[in-house]
Design a protein. Structure first.
Length: 100
């Protein structure tokens, strides 16, 4: 049995989300320069929102608030899934490993 998390950094879901954001940043470095203020920025912003909302929700006292922030994180993750589909379909590179 795991001990209850004392900090959001103790949450496995946050740890995985943080590693995923780092991978998104590495991947997006290879996107075309003309996408810097468009698709690259949108993808990165949505990706960062995932662990950020997990962290913010961690400190919320009520279950309804916690659930709301986890739901926002989930929505941002779906937004990223679309951006990854778009980058793939535009021929900007393979991102299969990021979509899992």
């Amino acid at each position: 049995m795991r001990k209850p998390a004392k900090r959001f950094e103790d949450l496995i879901v946050w740890q995985k989300a943080h590693q995923w954001v780092l991978a998104i940043y590495r991947y997006s470095e290879g996107l075309p320069k003309q996408e810097m203020y468009g698709l690259t920025s949108q993808l990165r912003r949505a990706a960062v929102s995932v662990p950020a909302n997990i962290a913010e929700g961690f400190k919320k006292r009520g279950n309804a608030d916690k659930i709301r922030f986890m739901n926002i994180a989930q929505g941002s993750l779906e937004e990223c899934r679309y951006y990854l589909i778009l980058t793939r379909d535009l021929g900007y590179g393979d991102n299969e490993d990021l979509s899992e």
